[in-house]
Design a protein around this ligand. Structure first.
Ligand SMILES: Cc1cc2nc3c(=O)[nH]c(=O)nc-3n(C[C@H](O)[C@H](O)[C@H](O)COP(=O)(O)O)c2cc1C
Length: 232
């Protein structure tokens, strides 16, 4: 391993670019639990995420073992019965270029899984895997305490990406999931969480199963000039 003192800025920039590039949503995991010492390290690094006035307006609850197995049974049943309890509105409808990107990402995922557009049943089965956490051994549920709103939700997003990069840097795969927030009260009940904590999304994580077809999916990104506008 390289001596950290002699590591140049270019080396660090290269490692960072590689880390960001290698993070992708993983939707297939090995059953092996992540050792607690590694969990402490991964979540400890993420504590350095920035936030407005350093308020750190987030609470993370990690479900594993029996708690997770109970949720893995209850959530698909609740979703199928339409027992939605989301804390934040969601309609999943996009227009224009945003709709194009939404369709392209769905297409990338389903074609990686060998599922055609017209195979609605197979797409539903693939979607329902959200509620069994893509077989992951752990889920981190990210809560926004009341009375926080839009600005603090942005803080939580920064925490989430810092956390996911930490997971990837430590050899783990992960998938952020708004789908899990559709059943916020069921998650709170299972983990005995106060109703003043509002669920924004969950992150299923663990050691990636590289043989799962969904994990060959690679999504595109907009070009630099479409997103970033330099003014001088
Ligand atoms: C906040 C957030 C919520 C997401 N919710 C879901 C979800 O419910 N289910 C899912 O399969 N993917 C979900 N994703 C993953 C996105 O589809 C994915 O990030 C996007 O297509 C880009 O692909 P990549 O993560 O592989 O780079 C979510 C991503 C984010 C950032």
């Amino acid at each position: 391993m390289q001596d950290p003192v002699s590591t140049s800025v270019a080396d660090v920039a290269g490692v960072y670019a590689e880390l960001v590039d290698s993070r992708k949503s993983a939707r297939g995991f090995k059953p092996d639990p992540v050792p607690q010492a590694l969990l402490d390290q991964v979540f400890g690094v993420a504590l350095r995420a920035p936030s407005n006035c350093n308020t750190q307006p987030w609470q993370t609850h990690v479900a594993s073992g029996d708690k997770l197995e109970s949720l893995r049974k209850k959530l698909p049943e609740a979703f199928m019965k339409g027992e939605f309890t989301m804390d934040f509105p969601y309609d999943g409808k996009y227009d224009g270029v945003y709709k194009e990107r939404q369709y392209a990402s769905a297409e990338a995922l389903y074609s990686a899984m060998g599922i055609k557009r017209e195979e609605k049943d197979k797409r539903n089965v693939a979607f329902m895997r959200n509620f069994t956490f893509f077989d992951a051994p752990h889920v981190a549920f990210l809560f926004l305490p009341e009375p926080f709103g839009l600005r603090e939700a942005c803080d939580l997003g920064m925490y989430a990406q810092t956390l996911m990069l930490s997971m990837v840097a430590h050899g783990l795969g992960c998938c952020p999931q708004t789908a899990l927030s559709f059943l916020a009260q069921q998650v709170r009940d299972e983990l005995d969480i106060d109703s003043g904590n509002k669920l924004l999304f969950g992150i299923s994580f663990g050691f990636e199963d590289e043989s799962h077809p969904s994990n060959t999916c690679r999504t595109e990104r907009a070009a630099l000039p479409d997103i970033t506008h330099f003014h001088s």
